[in-house]
Each structure stands twice: as C-alpha cells, then as structure tokens.
Write a protein that binds this ligand. Sequence first.
Ligand SMILES: Nc1ncnc2c1ncn2[C@@H]1O[C@H](COP(=O)(O)OP(=O)(O)OP(=O)(O)O)[C@@H](O)[C@H]1O
Length: 230
Amino acid sequence: MRIIFENASLSFGSPSSRQVALHPLSLELAENRVGVIGLNGSGKTSFARLINGLARPSGGRVTLDGLDTVEDEAAVRAATGFIFQNPGHQIILPIIRDDIALGLKSRGLTGQAVQERVDAILGRFALEGLADRRPHELSGGQLQLAALAAVMVTEPKLLIFDEPTNQLDLRNRALVKRTLASLQEQAIVISHDLELLADFPRVLLFHEGRLAFDGSAADAIARYHEIAEC
Ligand SMILES: Nc1ncnc2c1ncn2[C@@H]1O[C@H](COP(=O)(O)OP(=O)(O)OP(=O)(O)O)[C@@H](O)[C@H]1O
C-alpha cells in the first residue's frame, strides 16, 4: 500500500495544555519493510496509530492507497493489522483457536469457512499443536505468533508491529525475526530491538515528535546512537 502523510499531526489535551505527540509530518511510504525507531515518547506509536486510523490526525490527513483514515475508516481498518506490544492483551478469548476465529466471525464468516481459514493460518505458523491451549500456557514467542496469526487470518495488506520482540528472550526474538523475514505482506515495525531492523530497506527515526532521520537502517541506527548519547 502507498501510505501518504500530508502535514498529519497528533496532539492531546486542551488548547491551554497541549501535548504534541507528532508535529506535522509529510512523507510517503511504499516499501515492503519499514522500521521505526526512537527514544521512549518520541512519537513512534502515535505515528503507527495514525496509519491504521486508531488515532485521528489533529491536523492534515493520512491516506492508504487513496483511502482516508478518517473518511474511509472501516476500509482502512480492514486493510491493516495492528500487532500490539503485549500479545497477552491482544488475545481476549480463553482458547487460542477461538481467538483466531474471532476476527473472521466478526466479519460474518461461519462454520466450515472459519475452520478452514483458522486451520490454514495455524499451519502457516506451526501452531497446530498449541491451538487448544490457553494463552498463559504458551511461551512469549508462541504468544506473539498466536497474536500475529489472529491478525493475519483476516488477510490484511499491511501489518503494523509495535515492539514485537519486547520482553522476549534470545530464542523467541530469533523466532519472531525469522517469521517477519518470511512474511510476504508489507510491514511497518516499531522496535527498540535494532538488530531486528538491521536489514530493512528504510528506517524512520523519530525524536521529540518529529521525523529526525529517514533512510537506510545503518544510517538511521548511527544517528539514533548520536541522539541517545546526548
Ligand atoms: N493519550 C495520550 N494523551 C496524552 N499524551 C499522550 C497520549 N498518547 C501519547 N502521548 C504523548 O505523546 C508522546 C509520544 O508518545 P508515543 O506513545 O507516540 O511515543 P513512543 O515513541 O511510541 O514511546 P515508547 O517507545 O515509550 O512506546 C509522549 O510524550 C506521550 O506521553
């Protein structure tokens, strides 16, 4: 999808105590992989939430293949999948299989059609043996994959990951990294795990609500080190 920010901004609070999360931003993204880095509170999640319409711009507009995130909110939501920082919060039903089916049922699918698509996505992520478990019976990495499966079962064109390796050990990080690398879908990945983004073609660095750098992963990470140390 071609994502276009036209002077899009996001702020909170009343005019007398305004908190600017993202200053007006104009940019265009079409790469298959885009990384997003920056210090805590720099505006990364705000940027991501503007893309899928979870946040409405306070000024300007954001479009995805010409769909406006406000005017065409339902179509934008259907085209995008957001994988939250804490998969434990994302999975809401007690059994993994039922949670994965939920997104399909809420789109009006029933019976065999749901079963087939759930089985297909479980197979894709090698989760078949875990499908009847409860979320607390999975490891952090398995939970992250289950959350991803629950989003991907509805076949969004664009995936947005908010810190997918947060709190994962080295083995689970590697699992998530391999999974990301194997996805055909377009993905925007917010992460403090710089290794995860090292081979991304484009990385955006946010600082104090502004885009501070936009370019190769190596250059963005080098600039991030300079910012973090001052
Ligand atoms: N709902 C809100 N109300 C008020 N201020 C907010 C709200 N959401 C975010 N902010 C502020 O906007 C700024 C940017 O927040 P954002 O969550 O986009 O940062 P981030 O880069 O994703 O941070 P982190 O790495 O800690 O997740 C922060 O100063 C934050 O406190």
